[in-house]
Ligand binder design. Structure first.
Ligand code: IPM
Ligand code: MG
Length: 368
């Protein structure tokens, strides 16, 4: 198979971590008899510096023409970087929102897993740490408050800001279907998270999710209010399989879920549309404070590349090989500084990339 991938190295640690993911993809794909070509595009601050805008139409066209997009991270220090003196629609994050919308990436999958090797990093105590957890947050990504009409006006001599939260039935239905489909391949439980005790958009969300659930009698559905979900995530994260939720709630809950794993540097994500196309990126940000120091953890980006192999290319065997290699480096006690613990050996970003590559096994000789 020939894969044509657009990369967005982006800002901060983005270029370093994407470089490691490329190394891993090259090694794994070659071993399994596939070819991959890359084309880099600019987004975020890197694009602002060159083009004055966070994402050009040409970059969008290039991304659209690819089979999938692999991204590092975008953005800088919001208090210091000159990018944040620009109008909101010209700042780095606007590029990310624009590409999500332009490519119709409405389904954002954010798995949060507590690896047994990293149990010590989990800030929770007792049973949770011992038993681990494995959940997936299915976040709606192109609707809600993020894309509703917004403005700041002056009324009665004071400034007033307005953000609009809208969801249509079809927007809810398509993400709900994705949620149930993925639950079917996992532990068959969907927790739909809303604020139906207050918001109309949540009441519609709940009603549509109920309708979709009828087509998935093998999947258990429960509803949970978002404030309760925030609490349950730190009380008993193992109760969750798939959390299905709208854009803003998903943004907040996925950061919380990642913290519960103790290592945001490990969490991958996929943003998908109705086809096999997707944008894959680590859940963490651009960490400008450690950029260029070769100390960032590339694992979340490597695991995002593995999600790309699985969801966009159906190359489960190659994805499994990458995931196994990641697990193996952890078992071998190799750690970047963010997940370092006693008795382990600390390595840098690019060394971690090499160590993962060394552990990739299997390939054509195993195939029938
Ligand atoms: C995320 C990020 C983005 C979001 C920001 C950078 C716009 O926090 O991907 O979770 O809010 O969606
Ligand atoms: Mg976020």
């Amino acid at each position: 198979m020939k894969l044509n991938v657009v990369c967005i190295p982006g800002d901060g640690i983005g270029p370093e971590i994407v470089a490691q993911a490329k190394k891993v993809l090259n090694k794994a794909l070659a071993l399994y008899g596939h070819e991959i070509t890359y084309q880099d595009i600019l987004m975020g601050g890197a694009s602002i510096d060159v083009h004055g805008v966070p994402l050009t139409d040409e970059a969008i066209a290039n991304a659209k023409a690819a089979d999938a997009v692999l991204m590092g991270s975008i953005g800088g220090d919001t208090t210091k970087s000159p990018w944040y003196k620009l109008a909101p629609e010209l700042r780095p994050e606007a590029g990310l929102l624009k590409i999500r919308k332009a490519l119709n990436l409405f389904a954002n999958l954010r798995p949060a897993v507590l690896y047994p090797e990293l149990a010590d990093a989990c800030p929770l105590r007792g049973e949770t740490r011992k038993n681990g957890f494995d959940m997936l947050i299915m976040r709606e990504l192109t609707g809600g408050l993020y894309f509703g009409e917004r403005k700041t006006i002056t009324e009665n001599g004071e400034r007033k800001a307005i953000d609009t939260l809208t969801y249509s039935e079809s927007e809810i239905r398509r993400i709900a279907i994705k949620g149930f489909e993925i639950a079917r391949k996992r532990r068959k439980k969907v927790t739909s998270v809303d604020k139906a005790n207050v918001l109309d958009s949540s009441r519609l969300w709940r009603a549509v999710v109920e309708e979709v659930a009828k087509d998935y009698p093998d999947v258990t559905l429960e509803h949970m209010l978002v404030d309760n979900c925030a609490m349950q995530l730190v009380k008993d994260p193992a109760q969750f399989d798939v959390i299905l939720t709208e854009n803003m709630f998903g943004d907040i809950l996925s950061d919380e879920a990642s913290m519960v794993t103790g290592s945001i540097g490990m969490l991958a994500s996929a943003s998908l549309n109705d086809t096999k196309f997707g944008l894959y990126e680590p859940s963490h940000g651009s960490a400008p404070d450690i950029a260029g120091k070769d100390i960032a953890n590339p694992i979340a980006t490597v695991l995002s590349a593995s999600m790309m192999l699985r969801y966009s290319f159906d190359l489960d065997d190659v994805a499994d090989a990458v995931d196994r290699a990641v697990q193996q480096v952890l078992q071998d006690g190799l750690r970047t500084v963010d997940i370092m613990s006693e008795g382990c050996r600390q390595v840098g970003c690019s060394e971690m990339g090499d160590l993962i590559c060394e552990r990739i096994t299997g390939g054509q000789r195993d195939e029938k």
